[in-house]
Design a protein around this ligand. Structure first.
Ligand code: NAP
Ligand code: MG
Length: 490
């Protein structure tokens, strides 16, 4: 069993309170770690350390080359500890080993990417109608408060930590209570490469205490949050106190539009992958499949036949294809939605149950679940379930496909499957979402911006946009003709 510690001002610390967070493996319910629960005061101590480190310039004052070297060393160490990180992430979150392997590899890639990007040419110069040289430069924002969820514990953290460090900020970082283990391992790595004291601070504990303190602190200059839309709203309110910069990566209810002229087997396959990858606990999941009328029955039949064969099981078992639900609370929330769907009159075409046989009874596992005969006003079509539950809806034509796709408060992701390139592009351009695919679902790359329209968030992670979240923009005007301005007569 692991005894987790926090990292504040360069020191590993237990919490002052003896109230611990018991961390369990959701595939077995075994206790795997004890994590500290910080108070408001301990969180403030970490914020103060980050602020002092920022003001001192120990990090922002380094050359970008030096900061890039640290980031590359972090990437090397993530790769050295690849197997350990994969195993811990599976134990903590319940995901498949193959999924965790992607996460750990992508984490290293992300550090390398920002190590490179920070060395790229930046800034601008302007011709202005005076004898003045105008420059635009980028600077770090200051203290970055980073709050992450439990579905991609390591990767979501790295999407924030890598650009925040690259840009020269100092950090206060809070992982989710459900999955704090890889957070501590990552911060161990960051300590090992020798990042100066106070630059990286890790605080564990409840969102309502630690997260809230970070979001409302006058000494935090930017808060970057990934999580639910509901908590995102709270973060935005809390951030208004000192008008800190905010970046919100929130929930989704993403449409996956399948036209009759799509490659049928490809569309079925990606529509399965779109929702059952990560047991549907993925913000960009294609949870609403929209299928053209003429192939609807055939599609549903084939989809259910394929979904039936999916093997649900523990993440480390080689033959598992869908892993555990990350927590009992999340499992119950999903099962509740399945009940709501039935009460609303949708047809349960497959699944709907917790899996308790073949050794799965100790863990939190749910069958791949498919609802048909749904209408847009149903809660299972409107609300984010965040589990292995999909709705399949019928549309008549292009116009109706677009209308149904956009009939949601969310706008995170979406896809179109069609053999007609012009139609696919026409439709995807009309989908009000930030992350989209044509004839594909899910793959995404560190180079490209990640984030949502509408109530799926504000700002973009990854790419140059992810760096900008952690940068201020300054104009510098240099007078090339130094004499009195002459506004007031002399
Ligand atoms: P959540 O309940 O919103 O929690 C996210 C994080 O916020 C956790 O660390 C949580 O702490 C903390 N938190 C809770 N209440 C808070 C408050 N009042 N102030 C500050 N922080 C607070 O979300 P979740 O259930 O962990 O994650 C699932 C959600 O994340 C889904 O909606 C999903 O779509 C979204 N998500 C979005 C993206 C994206 O890129 N758009 C990626 C992944 C996930 P504790 O839980 O430790 O108390
Ligand atoms: Mg856990």
């Amino acid at each position: 069993m692991l005894e987790l510690k926090m990292f504040i001002n360069g020191e590993w610390k237990p919490a002052k309170s003896d109230q611990m967070n018991i961390v369990i493996n959701p595939a077995t319910q075994e206790v795997i770690a004890n994590a500290p629960r910080a108070s408001k005061e301990e969180t403030e101590e970490a914020i103060e350390a980050a602020q002092a480190a920022f003001v001192s310039g120990v990090w922002s004052g380094l050359t970008t080359h030096d900061r890039a070297q640290y980031l590359n060393k972090i990437a090397d160490k993530i790769e050295e500890r690849y197997d350990e990180l994969v195993e811990l992430e599976v134990m903590d979150n319940g995901k498949l080993k193959a999924e965790a392997e992607f996460d750990v590899a992508d984490a290293a890639t992300c550090f390398r990417y920002y190590a490179g990007l920070i060395l790229a040419p930046e800034g601008e110069t302007y011709q202005v109608p005076e004898n003045v040289q105008a420059l635009v430069v980028r600077e770090p924002v200051g203290v970055a408060g980073l709050i992450v969820p439990w579905n991609f514990p390591l990767l979501m953290s790295v999407w924030k930590i890598a650009p925040a460090l690259a840009a020269g900020n100092t950090i206060v970082y809070k992982p989710a209570e459900a999955t704090p283990i890889s957070a501590m391992k990552l911060v161990e790595i960051i300590e090992e490469v020798g990042i100066p004291k106070g630059v990286m601070n890790l605080v564990m504990g409840k969102g309502s205490i630690v997260g809230q303190t970070i979001a409302e602190s006058k000494d935090v200059d930017v808060v970057s949050f990934t999580g639910s839309t509901e908590v995102g709203r709270e973060i935005m309110k809390a951030a208004s106190g000192n008008l800190k910069k905010i970046s919100l990566e929130l929930g989704g209810k993403s449409p996956n539009i399948i036209f009759a002229d799509a490659d049928f087997e490809t569309a079925v396959d990606y529509a399965l992958f779109g929702i059952f990858f990560g047991a549907g606990q993925v913000c960009s999941s294609g949870s609403r499949v929209l299928v053209e009328e003429s192939i609807y029955d055939q599609f549903v039949e084939r989809y259910v036949e394929r979904a039936k064969q999916i093997k649900v099981g523990p993440g480390m078992a080689e033959d598992s294809q869908v892993g555990a639900i990350a927590s009992e609370q999340q499992m119950n929330a999903i099962l509740n939605y399945i009940e709501i769907g039935q009460q609303e009159g949708a047809t349960l075409a497959l699944g709907g149950n917790r899996l308790m046989t073949n050794g799965l009874d100790k863990g939190f596992f749910i069958e791949p679940t498919v609802f048909t005969n749904v209408t847009s006003n149903m809660r299972i079509v409107q609300e984010e379930i965040f589990g292995p539950v999909v709705t399949i809806q019928k549309f008549k034509d292009e116009a109706e496909a677009i209308q149904l796709a956009n009939d949601t408060d969310f706008g995170l992701a979406g896809a179109v499957f069609s053999g007609d390139g012009a139609k696919a592009l026409r439709v995807i351009k009309r989908v009000r979402a930030g992350i989209t695919w044509v004839n594909s679902y899910h793959p995404t790359y560190v180079e490209a911006p990640w984030g949502g329209y509408k109530q799926s968030g504000i700002g973009r992670s990854l790419g140059k946009y992810g760096l900008e979240d952690f940068q201020e923009i300054k104009q510098i005007n240099i007078n090339l003709d130094v004499h009195p301005v002459g506004w007031f007569p002399n």
